[in-house]
Design a protein around this ligand. Sequence first.
Ligand code: PEP
Length: 248
Amino acid sequence: MAERPYIVGNWKMNGTRAMLSEARAIDRAAQRYMKVEVAVAPPYTLIHAVHREAEQIGVGAQDCHPGAEGAHTGDISASMIADAGAKFVILGHSERRQDHGETGELINAKIESALESGLRVILCCGETLDTRDAGKAESYVLKQIEIALPLFEDPGERLTIAYEPIWAIGTGRTATTDDIASMHGAIRELLVKTYGEEASAQVRILYGGSVKPDNAREILATPEVGGALVGGASLSAESFLGIVVGAS
Ligand code: PEP
């Protein structure tokens, strides 16, 4: 288990103001688990409201535009997200790659913009089932990361990687702990090669894909798993907190 595991809820396109009670419950309970870093990424419309409620948990966004401002109808920049109270942004999620055709180059530009605005970044990566079955999961995922990685001297806690096999997202299937350990080990090697051992030591590698209270403890005990990115199970305070307990 990481020194301070990072448990992040990705609410996706879910949540109206009625969800603020869940955020309040998560925040109150998180104060009992100070050794776990807990955060949620609500939709844009709730970032400011969750930020105002939250004393303990971090609040983030699920995407941002690479530009600072301008004529981009419907888009939101990293500095706007930061102004609303976000401290981090999830970038390169497979649903954005699939639904919006996001490329590695675009994700890299978004990361640079987010970092310039003072946001921490959670960079997502993960393979399809076809890619895994073809024995190409590791090379595919490492390539995704290499293309998107920003040039840092010392990434520290500003960078987190989330390995999320696409076939495990929202399906109830999870990767085996052997597969998770092997992929996270390969990602760690890439980080060490890119930034050096010391500078990359604080970069946590999260696992995401059908993490639930009943499998969290085992997954989080897997070598090189520094926490979890949680979709469906983060929508109720009770199940999300079950995962936080598994990390404590
Ligand atoms: C996600 O989409 O980031 C995710 C991990 O979803 P779920 O937990 O629902 O599989």
